[in-house]
Design a protein around this ligand. Structure first.
Ligand code: PLP
Length: 428
């Protein structure tokens, strides 16, 4: 038990051991900010200013519930790269998720920890390292994606029992983070040729996949991709393949707050397109690769203010209305090289707020929140207004579960937040 966890048991929480991790199970429903405040209070008494994260496992279960209710046909294969936290990935596996893995290490982690059997893993990277293909062949990972002829030759040479999904191009170029044209073949011209080529090489293509990228602006792109896929199912079957799996990828928003259209609308439109082009009577298994959908809103990161400097507004804004207005620069102990890397790689701008409300501190000032490293690009956000903060106080950042932990570095020697897991007894 961590020294500070004993403290929580005195406050309605039982510490449960879950595969070596400690989960605080409360007798009452608790929210992330409430738990964060308890931990911060305790840390202050210990004079511990290290950043931390709270992981609301009830939210993880709620997200799975929401998926099942709205998307019963699309069997999820969680995208491991999104957040590889050992507790989160085990719970998702226990809830019935398969896995989308992109490398040998991801595959080995899932198998070594017995999260799911090899049949529930999709090696969903169209760009596969040669030695990884050999490894996949040896350990029975057969379901893989491809989008070009050259990859077929590699697979032919290195894998003894491949079952392929042809990845077609379907990208929401206006989304939060577009994949451009890095992945996916053209469904009209190249698709049929690749199906033919695979057949000639004796490689079974068992279905079609796509991944539209991140953030749905509208559902047109995905509905068109579903139509294209149906067409290629016809072509593939005529070519001689036995097509039984359709993989609709990931990209579903981490919460309605983070997405442009509500998940209910997305799933409704997709279900309608699936019912039209892939009716259940066809017997095609529909799978998906959600990442952020499950984990984004599960984790909140709480950072400590390590420096606070009073400046003039002219240092913060280009042409401020009142250049002499009182403003602040805050430096916190996590930044763009750590949990906030999503700002660079995922186009996600988190918005923080003071963890505690302080009476007598109602007046607000413009400010910049900087990360702790010596790099000028390590700037988290500019705020028009926030109450004045002192060194040692905490800022709370919500929705920090996706593409945070897995993209973090320890550049300049700054650490990742320790995860504190909690839930309530009813959920547990
Ligand atoms: C990253 C990725 C996903 C998951 O994307 P999310 O936006 O997190 O849902 C799914 N499939 C593939 C092929 C990916 O590269």
């Amino acid at each position: 038990m961590h020294p500070n966890e004993a403290d929580f048991t005195q406050d309605g929480a039982e510490i449960v051991n879950f595969h070596g991790a400690h989960i605080m199970v409360y007798d009452y429903p608790a929210d992330s900010k409430y738990i964060a405040r308890k931990i911060a209070n305790f840390k202050e008494r210990m004079e511990d200013d290290a950043l931390f994260a709270v992981v609301n496992l009830k939210v993880l279960l709620d997200r799975m519930e929401e998926w099942k209710i709205n998307f019963s046909r699309a069997e999820p294969h969680y995208a491991f790269k999104c957040n590889n936290d050992p507790v989160i990935v085990r719970i998702l596996a226990n809830l019935g998720c398969g896995y989308d893995c992109a490398s040998k290490d991801e595959i080995d982690y899932v198998l070594d920890n017995k999260l799911v059997p090899s049949e529930k893993i999709i090696y969903a990277n169209t760009v596969k390292t040669q030695s990884f293909i050999k490894h996949a062949s040896k350990i029975g990972i057969n379901l893989m994606t491809f989008d070009n002829e050259e990859e077929l030759y590699k697979i032919k040479k290195l894998h003894s029992d491949p079952k392929l999904l042809l990845r077609i191009y379907a990208s929401d170029n206006y989304g939060q983070c577009s994949f451009g044209k890095k992945f996916g073949c053209d469904p009209d011209e190249e698709g049929p040729k690749l199906l033919q080529k695979a057949f000639e090489l004796g490689i079974p293509v068992v279905g079609i996949s796509f991944h539209i990228g991140i953030g749905f602006n509208d559902t047109q792109v995905i509905c068109k991709a579903i139509k294209d896929a149906r067409n290629l199912f016809e072509v593939g079957t005529k070519t001689g393949h036995k097509m039984t799996i359709f993989d609709i990828g990931g990209g579903f928003p981490g919460s309605d707050k983070m997405g442009k259209i509500p998940f209910k609308k997305i799933s409704f439109d997709i279900n309608q397109a699936l019912d039209e082009h892939f009716p259940e009577s066809m017997g095609v298994k529909i799978v998906s690769e959600p990442g952020r959908f499950f984990v984004a809103s599960v984790v909140s990161v709480i950072v400590n203010i390590i420096a606070a400097t009073k400046v003039k507004a002219s240092r913060i804004f280009e042409n401020p209305e009142n250049p002499d207005e009182e403003a602040y620069l805050y430096y916190v102990n996590d930044g763009n090289f750590g949990s906030f890397s999503g700002r660079l790689f995922d186009n996600y701008t988190p918005k923080g707020e003071p963890l505690f409300i302080e009476s007598g501190h109602e007046k607000e000032y413009p400010c910049i929140i900087y990360g702790p490293t010596c790099n000028g690009a390590d700037k988290i956000e500019v705020k028009e207004k926030m109450r004045k903060m002192e060194v040692g106080e905490w800022l709370f950042y919500d929705d920090m579960g996706a593409y945070t932990k897995t993209i973090s570095t320890n550049f300049n020697g700054f650490k990742q937040p320790k995860y504190f897991y909690f839930t309530d007894r009813e959920t547990w």
